[in-house]
Design a protein around this ligand. Structure first.
Ligand SMILES: [Zn+2]
Length: 256
């Protein structure tokens, strides 16, 4: 650090502190701009949607996720302050802002900020063409409306063809985890998952059923502890072939 003296018209002398790294000002990307604003600018420029359940990983540069964590922590601390919680005096909430920021970015909403899991695909060497069902896979998400947990199960029915890429059973769970790891709307979540599995494996048909408890119904609102939402999405041969559709629905032991 060094000091530079600057004299103004009135004779006033100001000392400017010059940091070694000082460079010419860069309005949009200077150090003072929150990292979320920089990421948002890239998304807007690319005309990419960034709804709660969109993945934005390709717009985040290396190192920015850590900065985003600091930024969310700061804003979360503001929420706690506005809730009039004495986080300085209360040993329980002293580190809550940081914990919540980490929970959002690194865990429950991580599917927004990281790339899709890499899935090894194998050619369908055995030419499997029988209905295959995977599930129940436990899925955890949060609703976009209240950020309350959505916890449930999904069943995936796949009708492969000779050209279908086969992926290991556990990979369906990883793809589901990535899609559900965002603030979601159940109807949109199953469609996103169906699109992803169709793109990765290109089967003749795909069926997904999701059954989940929405904690915004249990913890608040109508306080109904038992209601579940069930929805499904069918693609390819499952749309055309009602027998196949019935076979899939009969085979998933939802009630048990
Ligand atoms: Zn909700």
């Amino acid at each position: 650090m060094n000091l530079r003296k600057r004299r103004y018209r009135g004779g006033l002398v100001l000392y400017e502190v010059l940091m070694k790294t000082t460079t010419s000002p860069q309005p949009a990307t200077d150090e003072g701009t929150p990292v979320s604003v920089r990421i948002r600018e890239r998304l807007v420029q690319a005309r990419k949607r960034f709804h709660a359940n969109d993945n934005i990983a390709q717009f985040i540069e290396p190192g920015e996720l850590a900065k985003l964590l600091d930024e969310v922590e700061g804003k979360m601390q503001g929420v706690l302050d506005s809730l009039v919680i004495d986080t300085a005096g209360d040993h329980n909430t002293g580190n809550t802002a940081r914990r919540v920021a980490k929970m959002y970015l690194n865990e429950v909403f991580n599917g927004r900020y990281v790339q899709a899991p890499t899935i090894t695909e194998f050619p369908n060497a055995e030419h499997l063409n029988e209905l295959m069902i995977v599930g129940p896979i436990t899925v955890r998400s949060a609703c976009s409306h209240h950020f309350c947990p959505v916890i449930g199960k999904i069943w995936i029915g796949v009708m492969p063809n000779e050209h279908t890429n086969v992926i290991g059973l556990s990979k369906y769970a990883r793809l589901a985890e990535w899609v559900m790891g965002r603030p979601q709307i159940q109807e949109e979540a199953v469609v996103q998952l169906a699109d992803l599995i169709m793109e990765k494996t290109q089967p003749d048909g795909l069926a997904i059923v999701m059954e989940a408890s929405h904690y915004c119904m249990a913890w608040r609102g109508v306080k109904d502890m038992d209601s579940k939402m069930i929805n499904s999405v069918m693609r390819g041969v499952f749309l055309k072939d009602s027998t196949l559709r019935r076979e899939f629905l009969a085979l998933i032991p939802r009630k048990g």
